[in-house]
Design a protein around this ligand. Structure first.
Ligand code: 5CA
Ligand code: ZN
Length: 417
């Protein structure tokens, strides 16, 4: 797929230090990539509804990571999928009486334009599940061949059976989210799994390949028969193909830690040896009125709707960055108003702050972001600087533009002042 176009990123003097992020699998802060290359995979959207603030916040979190990595001198390779065929997408298309392909294509376009407006750096590889199907089918066949998967008896009316991963083939299973079995069973049922399905070796075993059903899209799977891919193996294949197994950071919202990242990592471990990713990083959930914002609940604040209402994308970006990426928080109009005011203040300060301590601001911003992407800390650094600059533009240099601060805010936070 064609990603959106990249915003310009100013080159800053010097370099940021190594970036540490929280790793769900160890519960600790870790240097996310030793370098000189950094390989990032962030789980992409399921395109059946437009980008809401929760999605935006997750992609902005990993945008901060990419910007901090680049600033520290790393060469970044970033891959992202699009789950452009899956149950929720097909269900929505049926509900609304539209072609699932058209629904997906329109929402992918809208997402791309939202990301571009928010100045999110695009992935180097943006890969749809549909385009990866031949490789996913080959991977499922490889898992069957090595005894890490099994086929259920075909359902009535189906020529072939569904294929499941056999989790007992992975002695390290559970190392991403470290959950108790009861929690795993509950979350599996809640998040797309089918622990109740009879005939599985373990209720947690995840679907790898769904045999063709009447009225459902399907593709040739070779010896698997016609069908479509399961969700977790989609990300295993797309990530491993573009980045190689053992890449640096697997990212997404915290709702993906289990089962999605646990299962993708397990497939990866069985196929290529552990670990699938060095660090598993998860963004908190954004809510509205105390509930998780989600397409299925319909309580959405859409980036595209805010844009259409004339809200400056930089203010949306800044409203998101006022929260630490790992915390759960709720979107509010007051937060957006604060962000718009902050932008005005920072712009005024940049216009006159040229003789201020700009080098110190850059160093402090770098330090905040290298410490688990502490965007609220970075905002506090800039607020303090802006107050000083506005209170005392001072001296003969008074009125000069603070170019270095503006470049730093642009390169590290993605906000043009
Ligand atoms: N296609 C899969 C990932 S392979 C998927 O989860 N798609 S999604 O459209 O449901 O979500 C896209 C990304 O946004 C995921 O990383 C997900 O964790 C994140 N996300 C979804 N809802 C929220 C929310 N309320 N707050 C923060 N992030 C969210
Ligand atoms: Zn994924």
């Amino acid at each position: 797929m064609h990603p959106w176009s990249a915003p310009a990123v100013p080159q800053l003097p010097g370099r940021g230090g190594p970036v540490r992020v929280h790793d769900t699998s160890t519960g600790e802060l870790q240097v996310a990539a030793p370098g000189p290359k950094a390989r990032l995979y962030v789980c992409g959207i399921t395109p059946y509804d437009a980008t809401h603030l929760g999605h935006a916040a997750t992609y902005l979190a990993f945008d901060l990571l990419q910007r901090a990595w680049r600033d520290s001198g790393l060469q970044v390779r970033y891959a992202q999928n699009v789950t452009d065929v899956d149950d929720p997408l097909l269900e929505r298309a049926t509900r609304d009486g539209v072609d699932w392909r058209e629904l997906a294509a329109s929402q992918v376009d809208l997402f791309a334009s939202d990301m571009e407006a928010l100045r999110v750096l695009p992935p180097d590889a943006w890969v749809g599940a549909v385009e990866a199907i031949p490789r996913i089918a080959a991977t499922v066949r490889a898992m069957l061949a090595r005894g890490a998967a099994y086929t259920l008896a075909p359902e009535e009316g189906c020529e072939h059976g569904d294929v499941y991963a056999d989790l007992s083939a992975d002695p390290g299973f559970g190392a991403v989210a470290h959950l108790a079995r009861e929690q795993m069973l509950a979350l599996s049922a809640e998040r797309g799994g089918d622990p109740q399905r009879p005939g599985k070796r373990d209720p947690l075993d995840p679907l790898l390949w769904r045999a063709a059903r009447e009225g459902e899209p399907h593709w040739d799977g070779g010896t698997l028969g016609a069908g479509r891919p399961g969700w977790h193996v989609e990300c295993t294949v797309i990530a491993a193909d573009d980045l190689g197994s053992g890449f640096d950071v697997q990212g997404g919202g915290s709702d993906l830690a289990f089962p999605h990242h646990e299962m993708s990592a397990s497939h990866g471990a069985v196929l290529y040896g552990p670990p699938f990713a060095g660090v598993y990083a998860h963004a908190g959930m954004v809510g509205l009125d105390g509930e998780k914002m989600s397409k299925s609940k319909g309580n959405l604040v859409l980036v595209s709707r805010l844009r259409a209402a004339g809200v400056e994308p930089a203010a949306v970006r800044l409203a998101v960055l006022a929260h630490h990426y790992r915390s759960d928080w709720s979107w509010t109009q007051a937060g957006l108003d604060d962000a718009a005011e902050r932008l005005v203040r920072w712009r005024a300060a940049v216009a006159v702050g040229g003789d201020s301590e700009q080098d110190a601001v850059l160093a402090d911003l770098r330090a905040r972001l290298a410490d688990d992407l502490d965007a609220p800390g970075a905002l506090a650094v800039l607020d303090a600087w802006a107050s000083t600059a506005l209170a005392a533009p001072g001296g003969a240099e008074s009125g000069q533009r603070a170019d270095l601060v503006a470049d730093a805010v642009d390169a590290l936070l993605g906000i043009a002042l």
